[in-house]
Write a protein that binds this ligand. Structure first.
Ligand SMILES: Cc1cc2nc3c(=O)[nH]c(=O)nc-3n(C[C@H](O)[C@H](O)[C@H](O)COP(=O)(O)OP(=O)(O)OC[C@H]3O[C@@H](n4cnc5c(N)ncnc54)[C@H](O)[C@@H]3O)c2cc1C
Length: 504
């Protein structure tokens, strides 16, 4: 492993604001380029949306738990930080989808639920004859010059019809992005798909090409995990950065970013951070600020926070604030339930939004999905995780049942009810060996239609400043497969700007 001494030192410094995966990956690249790097993280924990919690003695992922294998980007990082032997595929049984007419297996050949072949038996079972027939029109409909922007719903409805949208795409998009496909920018959540469609002549052919490319790289599944949990990526990355001499500062919230001039007259960024108060105090005494100075700054926060922080340094950003994401609530159960050994719903169930009576949008049967976890839990003990909350739906309830569950106790009751229905096993509180609720406030970017263009505009405005870049899921697209390569590219570009004479 490359240590501190291995990187050529250069007389420049960089500050990374935010210690999620995007900030840590940016720090890795900036350090590799020979800069002195400091990472400032507001919380006491590294990794942002990748984290861990302990439930009934099992250490589990509390946020992200797998990565897409459509490119080698995450795999390359994982290899680089020494976890190459620990990449594992999920159980091949695949996921199910709950439709208004009952549960059925989710076709495995899709991208975001969009099928590569409308006549695949699993697709046909979900769509019915007429649904598959309508979807196959995609093969003959002319592909027009792609519009500047399109929602996922527009793209799918026009090419393949309403049934594909409602029965296959909406459950997957709801489960992964906690949002309605009508609201989401197709280019953000299915990057490259519209371009491939123009090239290949149909949406199905584009899906097929994208899946085929992924298969060429990794046998089988479209995602992979890490034995012991995805959170091990963060532990390994933090270890690697520490070895490389990166200064990692937790518990410091950055609240100010502006320009200053160094002793030698060169322009620097000045970053003001306040230490997270250790105890909640009623008094509104201003917290002492620590001031850092650096040649380069990478802002690795969620979209609204990033634009707010940058608004003094880049006033032209006014009016470009991204839409905050939804609050996602995850309820994790560790269950004593031998009936689940049979994986009644494969690796989990996605819920079509039109299904009445279920408040969860997705359930992951984690011990069915990950063999290492099943071994750790032992026979008869199961981990299931249910997620609640969708963007654009402030009253997250189900028609006829009122608002969605909010408090921990409401979530416990709803999740037990939903898990029983979704897994077709009768579960009661006595079966619960342990449980936890994790809330992710605004952590999932809400990539509404036009988001890709707005990000380009924001990046243009920021790029006009010397030594400044933004990274993160809101800018790159949700998910590690998008975030990791983007953070690397931005950091490399920023370090390269020093060689091109910026800053002066
Ligand atoms: C519940 C959930 C499940 C997910 N599952 C998957 C999955 O299975 N696979 C997948 O690929 N993706 C998944 N994702 C998405 C993926 O986790 C994210 O795209 C990615 O982790 C985002 O990383 P980031 O660095 O952009 O942001 P974050 O992880 O949000 O990191 C931002 C960091 O900045 C810190 N911060 C905030 N304000 C300040 C400040 N003022 N000063 C300093 N620090 C600050 C925060 O504390 C945080 O640590 C999931 C996301 C969620 C929420």
């Amino acid at each position: 492993m490359e240590g501190n001494g291995a990187v050529p030192a250069r007389p420049y410094s960089a500050i990374v604001v935010g210690g999620g995966i995007s900030g840590l990956v940016a720090a890795l690249e900036l350090r590799r380029a020979g800069l002195g790097v400091t990472v400032l993280e507001a919380s006491g924990r590294w990794g942002g949306c990748i984290g861990e919690h302990e439930v009934a003695g099992l250490v589990l992922d509390s946020g992200a738990e797998s990565f897409a294998t459509r490119t080698d980007a995450v795999r390359t990082l994982v290899d680089e930080i020494g976890l190459d032997g620990d990449v594992v595929p999920p159980h091949p049984s695949g996921a199910w989808v709950l439709l208004p007419n009952g549960p059925q297996e989710l076709p495995k050949t899709g991208v975001l639920g969009i099928p590569a072949n409308p006549w695949d038996p699993e697709v046909r079972a979900a769509l019915g004859f007429w649904g598959s027939a309508r979807a196959s029109l995609d093969r003959v409909l002319p592909v027009r010059e792609p519009r500047r922007q399109a929602s996922v719903a527009d793209l799918v409805r026009v090419r393949m019809g309403r049934r594909v949208l409602e029965r296959l795409v909406a459950p997957v998009v709801g489960g992964v992005h906690s949002a309605d496909p009508a609201a989401l920018d197709a280019d953000m959540v299915a990057p490259g798909l519209r371009r491939l469609m123009a090239e290949k002549g149909s949406l199905a052919a584009a899906v097929s090409a994208q899946r085929g490319a992924a298969r060429g790289r990794k046998a089988g599944s479209a995602v992979a995990g890490i034995r012991g949990g995805l959170n091990r990526i963060i532990t390994a990355l933090v270890g690697r950065l520490t070895d490389d001499g990166v200064r990692l500062v937790p518990d410091e919230r950055v609240e100010r970013l502006d320009r200053t001039t160094g002793a030698d007259g060169r322009p620097l960024w000045r970053v003001g951070a306040v230490v997270r108060p250790q105890i909640d105090t009623e008094e509104a005494a201003p917290l002492p600020e620590t001031v850092y100075e650096a040649d380069l700054v990478v802002v690795a926060l969620d979209g609204p926070a990033a634009v707010e922080l940058l608004s003094d340094a880049v006033p032209a950003l006014a009016g470009h604030e991204p839409v905050p994401g939804p609050e996602v609530k995850l309820v994790t159960f560790v269950l004593d339930c031998p009936a689940l050994d049979a994986r009644p719903r494969g690796t989990g169930v996605l819920v079509a939004p039109q299904v009445a009576g279920i408040e969860a949008k997705a359930l992951t049967h984690a011990t069915a999905k990950w063999e290492w976890l099943a071994e750790a839990a032992g026979p008869g003990t199961h981990v299931v995780r249910l997620s609640y909350g969708r963007a654009g739906d402030p009253v997250q309830g189900v028609a006829g049942i009122g608002p969605g569950p909010e408090t921990d106790n409401e979530l416990f009751a709803a999740a037990l009810r939903d898990a029983s229905t979704l897994l077709s096993v009768a579960l009661s509180a006595e079966d619960v060996l342990g449980w936890d609720v994790v809330r992710w406030q605004g952590a999932l970017p809400f990539a509404t239609v036009g988001h890709r263009e707005r990000v380009t505009q924001i990046r243009d405005l920021i790029g006009a400043q010397q030594g400044l870049a933004v990274v993160g899921g809101w800018a790159a697209g949700n998910g590690l497969a998008a975030v990791v390569p983007d953070a690397r590219a931005q950091a490399i570009g920023l370090a390269g700007s020093l060689d091109r004479g910026m800053p002066a």
